[in-house]
Design a protein. Sequence first.
Lengths: 508, 72
Amino acid sequence: MSFEDKIAELTARREKALAMGPPARHEKRRADGIMNARERIAALIDADSFAEWGLLAVSIRPEDHDRSAGDGYVSGTATVDGRDVVIHAADFTTLGASTSTIGDKKFHHAKNNAAKNGVPLVLLNECAGSRIPDIMGAQGLHRAGEHSELWRDRSSPWAAAILGLTYGDGSFYAAMSDFVVMRKGAVMAVSSEHVTAVALAETNDPRDFGGWEVQSGVTGLVDRVVDTEEQALAEIRRFLSYMPSHSQELPPRIAPGEPGGDAEKLLTLLPENPKRAYDVRKIVEVLFDKGTVFPLKERFAQTAFTALARLEGEVVGVIAINPMFKAGALDADACDKIVSFIVLCDSFNIPLITLADTPGFMVGAAGERQKMPGKIMNYLQALGASTMPKLSVIMRKSYGQAHLNMGAGYADEMAAWFTAEVSLMGREPAMNVLHRMRSGDTPEQYAALEAQMARDTSAYALAAPFMAQTVIDPRETRDWLVRMRRLHQRRKTNGIGAHRLSVWPTTY
Amino acid sequence: MKRTPVLSELSGTIWEISVATGDVVEEGQELLLLESMKMEIPCIAPVSGTVVEIAVAKGDAVTADQPLIWIA
């Protein structure tokens, strides 16, 4: 065989593989406005930066060699905003990107390359589930777990997109990720409706059990929801812009930005009536750099608002309690969401800022059935074991055990707004529990006893024994955060934490 | 006509009702205040429409997920 023939053969093999699955499937996707794997990669990365591996890999079954280009996955390395990443993208046109021996081998190659070299892993997912007959039988199934380790240690960030019907490994690997964006219309589930129909006699539309409403609002597995493919890829770029390439590096800095709003606005956003709710998201927008607040799991457990943001160009993680939802009472889902966020910040050297206004953890039968004591302690354990700098602001209420979880004893610095009110519980319930009195009963006696408790719950009561480091006017908050974040850089370890949470679960 | 319930977010007491049957309301409008966890929690219209039924009165104790108001 001459070189000419060899070149022709290589070219022909590459072209066939680059075409992926049958043309009819590509036409159908184009008609539906859905990208294929290669179009997605091109839309995600810096132009012409993709170096692929496994282009000429095919199914382990000889009878499928001709119809299993790349064995259903497009995989390799590229740059995103100038930084190296590893990408593993499902090609649904090839056997539904179903899980198979060689396709999975490519996944592990991608995963290991990301971990060994300290670069983010990007997963662009669709998956029909396990390939039949490849994964059938004792050997077929067992082989799927045999050739590598499935766990990860968060040594580099993972970002996943759910872009179509995604079952089995496509969902599992997304659930292992630090960030998941989902396109409306896509599905994330363990099994398709065909399997559930046979196994459970359930005949649901998969969008009912694994659609975006469920995964972003009920389970919290999905961090962001978008309408289009392009938006999903842009969200991945945005997430990565807050992340270091690996856990031994600091998140990327950018030039300091303007504040998101005039500090004077804080005195109107925060109601003077301490019983009135407000939307803490508006306060967060004002405090951090303009246009940098990037909420995660915003539709899930809305009492706890969690977001990545920038403060004078530096990445910070924000946990803000939102009295707009459930009066700011933290329930089991809110605890899970906060733990997941603390783990993210701890793993990637992101300082944590907490903004508290909570009447406490949710009490009552519903909470107890969701194992509230365990949830509260997981949250406290995460806070205590994590080593990133922590700044805590008590905006208004900080009651009961929740005060400890919002930073008491754990924060490097605590500031109390002059509106802060800290105690075991609110004055009225305390009056009821302690004195069995309600407002309206013997008003004079009530007022005298209540006044005593009021004095003891103020911001100044916290500042006097140096429990809070300062009492501030809300308008001074950004300046305080900037100065304290600048101090708390852990210079001796170059800002790199101990990452004790790096092997904590990837979902809660 | 499709009736949409406005559900109570928490167990608590009806503090104040700011609409009446027959009122036309906009999505996002505050319909009533619920007192719970010692906070006044606004209940917001999930859709635009007409208030066709107010199922509670001031001072009533309600439980989480109980329909308070119906909009059609």
